[in-house]
Design a binder for this molecule. Structure first.
Ligand SMILES: Nc1ncnc2c1ncn2[C@@H]1O[C@H](COP(=O)(O)OP(=O)(O)OP(=O)(O)O)[C@@H](O)[C@H]1O
Length: 302
């Protein structure tokens, strides 16, 4: 942790229709930190984010966000956070500037706030363009502009870069990192592994439960997975056989090679030797780790 805790919640629980979709989640995020929120579809990330930003009341649990009580001071929390929803909706037939002016009105912000935000996010030259005609990357920039115009100290970003091209994603992340230097704290959900690696810490949730938290390096090290790379003239067939071998947990093709993952290096080597193949040690990827965590938590739910 780098500073005072901006998000400090524990025991967060929420059910919909008798089904627990968030179960006893604790989360701590320090000032200026970018915390990644990862997990399979439907694992409860959005629901957690909504409880943290004061839009949803937890069934159980407590804590503070920006020093405000997550159960009793939801209105104040809402005014002090910037929340970028998964499907940010614009008025498509209004320009960038008109959309921002509308948001400024909601927050009682002066007209100057719109001009400053346009400038700040490099939107000034496009301010008259209709929101409906923007490309994915510019729409997302507009969404970010709308959520930071009131100068929140905490940004809650729910899959902000879904469907956006790599260059625009990179620009978005540069923007986010620049803001944290100014003391802004960020909680961001994503399904992209490269984005997880850009976070200071990651939190992985599955079936409503927080499974692991830590730096990317810690999370990878803690799972104690071993990965070997195998080159093969027929990687597809080898992969099929290796998947059935004892000690082999994952086999992923990467072009003409395979990444073979398990927890016991000797077992992995034996499985390869039985196929007349040899493996070179490789780094275990975050994706390998998440797939294992997902499989494990599914097994725990059975
Ligand atoms: N208002 C609601 N009423 C009923 N069920 C809901 C409601 N909101 C969410 N759910 C359910 O709760 C579960 C968790 O959903 P949530 O959107 O929090 O997951 P998520 O991790 O954000 O998923 P994704 O990665 O797909 O966005 C899902 O099964 C979803 O259908």
């Amino acid at each position: 942790m780098t500073g005072p805790t901006v998000i400090d919640v524990s025991g967060l629980t929420k059910s919909f229709g008798g089904r627990k979709v968030v179960d006893d989640v604790a989360l701590q995020v320090a000032t200026g930190e970018i915390a990644g929120f990862l997990g399979p579809n439907g694992s409860g990330k959005t629901t957690c984010i909504r409880m943290i930003c004061g839009l949803l009341t937890p069934d159980a649990g407590s804590g503070t966000v920006l020093g405000l009580d997550v159960r009793r001071q939801q209105r104040q929390i809402r005014r002090q956070v910037g929340y970028m929803t998964q499907k940010f909706s614009f008025y498509e037939d209004l320009s960038i500037e008109e959309n921002l002016a509308f948001v400024a009105g909601l927050y009682d912000l002066p007209r100057q706030a719109v001009r400053d935000t346009l400038e700040d996010l490099g939107l000034s030259s496009r301010k008259t363009q209709l929101a409906g005609s923007l490309s994915g990357g510019w729409k997302q920039r507009l969404a970010l502009a709308a959520c930071i115009m009131h100068h929140p100290r905490l940004l809650l970003l729910d899959e902000p870069t879904a469907g956006v091209d790599p260059k625009a994603r990179r620009q978005f992340w540069d923007e986010i990192h620049a803001r944290t230097l100014a003391g802004i704290t960020v909680l961001v959900s994503t399904h992209y592994m490269d984005e997880a690696e850009r976070c200071h810490r990651i939190n992985y949730i599955a079936y409503g439960r927080l499974i692991v938290s830590g730096t990317v390096a810690q999370v990878i090290a803690d799972t104690r997975l071993v990965t070997l790379t195998v080159h093969s003239a027929r990687p597809g067939e080898l992969a099929q056989r290796l998947r059935k071998a004892p000690g082999v947990e994952q086999v992923e093709p990467f072009g003409t090679s395979l990444h073979v993952t398990g927890t016991d290096q000797q077992q992995l080597k034996a499985a390869l030797a039985a196929e007349g193949a040899r493996g070179e040690p490789a780094e275990t990827s975050l994706e390998d780790v998440f797939i294992r965590l997902m499989d494990q938590s599914r097994d725990n739910m059975r």
